[in-house]
Design a protein around this ligand. Structure first.
Ligand SMILES: NC(=O)c1ccc[n+]([C@@H]2O[C@H](COP(=O)([O-])OP(=O)(O)OC[C@H]3O[C@@H](n4cnc5c(N)ncnc54)[C@H](OP(=O)(O)O)[C@@H]3O)[C@@H](O)[C@H]2O)c1
Length: 310
């Protein structure tokens, strides 16, 4: 790593990227807990002297889709602030490894629940492990891209189950407890596609927009109880999912992955993909005691890629 002489910037970080070892300018604040760049483009948070106190020590948090990517980084950020965290994911081995890693790095109490949160049984398993969370982060894999002509009713039901109803049913099961305890933070990880619907992404555009509409109304119903609901809309973060999408796009176009990644990066004013830890830190802030006046919002985190003002 070397120092940048650009004002306001810190170190250039050599990434273990996907065939393109580019250097990314990274602001100083993002380097506080660099350790070393995580394979998925994120960095696990660790408690340190520069940490903002989120006021969630001892709070209980459920983080869905938490063995990798954005969910994992969110769970790590919450644990770094002293929350007790229940991670949910389908794959047992990766989940156990992630839980152990976050536990070791943060000293927090971290549980893993093997569960497919898009199913009733999966959600029941999560709620049996933690029936009374103060914080709920909804997240699951995104639906595939494709041609709307090929999608059956079953395809639509799967997308709606995965990216709309799974979140709604976990909210339904936990919100009244939050209201009774006068503290609740719900964050749904959705997508920048909600603001800027993409061609060929109809399943995601449709299901996530449905969740967005529901949450917008509900947030107003419960705001008086110090219970907030917000959606975080990731742009392009360097996770397994993004790399899989890029590999697929490269294969379909008969191009090499590095070229596809380079093209995607050029569309981001920040000049780089997001790091999962940057997402985790923002999500943890929305779950913090300080964020009690932020509710019903859809917040894009995309390095400036969304071109609109609002
Ligand atoms: N990364 C981006 O740039 C980006 C951009 C826009 C939107 N998003 C959306 O953000 C969400 C997270 O993306 P990511 O990049 O973090 O994905 P990722 O790296 O593939 O990680 C997904 C995580 O969710 C778990 N998971 C997937 N389906 C699940 C299910 N049904 N039940 C429980 N856990 C499940 C996975 O573990 P298991 O497979 O073991 O269950 C894994 O831990 C997705 O919905 C994605 O579409 C991401």
């Amino acid at each position: 790593m070397e120092r940048s002489d650009k004002p306001g910037w810190g170190t250039f970080v050599k990434r273990d990227g996907f065939g393109d070892d580019r250097d990314f300018p990274t602001p100083d604040f993002a380097l506080l807990r660099l350790d070393p760049p995580h394979k998925e483009g994120g960095r696990i948070c660790e408690k340190d002297g520069n940490h903002m106190d989120l006021g969630i020590s001892g709070r209980k948090a459920i983080v869905c889709g938490a063995s990798a990517g954005l969910g994992r980084a969110t769970a790590a950020a919450l644990a770094a602030d002293g929350a007790t965290v229940w991670l949910a994911a389908r794959g047992a081995d990766r989940l156990a490894a992630t839980a152990a890693d976050i536990r070791a790095r943060t000293g927090a109490t971290v549980h893993g629940v093997v569960a497919d949160v898009t199913t009733e049984a999966g959600r029941a398993a999560v709620l049996a492990a933690c029936p009374d969370p103060d914080i709920l982060v909804n997240n699951a894999g995104g639906p595939p891209a494709g041609d709307f002509r090929n999608w059956s009713r079953e395809d639509w039901i799967k997308a709606v189950d995965g990216n709309m109803l799974s979140a709604i049913f976990l909210i339904k099961a936990t919100l009244d407890g939050m209201i009774a305890r006068k503290f609740g933070r719900v964050v749904n990880i959705t997508s920048f596609l909600v603001k800027a619907p993409g061609a060929g992404m109809g399943l995601s555009n449709g299901a996530r927009s449905g969740l967005t509409g529901f949450v917008g109304g509900l947030a107003r119903e419960v705001a008086a109880h110090n219970v907030t609901l917000n959606n975080l809309l990731p742009g392009q973060f360097d996770t397994d999912r993004l790399r899989a999408l890029q590999s697929g796009a490269a294969a379909r176009a008969g191009r090499d992955v590095a070229t596809v990644r380079d093209g995607a990066m050029k569309a981001i004013p920040a000049g780089r993909f997001g790091a999962a830890d940057e997402f985790g830190a923002a999500c943890a802030f929305l779950c913090s005691a300080n964020a009690g006046f932020i509710t019903g919002q859809n917040i894009v985190i995309d390095g400036g890629q969304f071109p609109g003002l609002l």
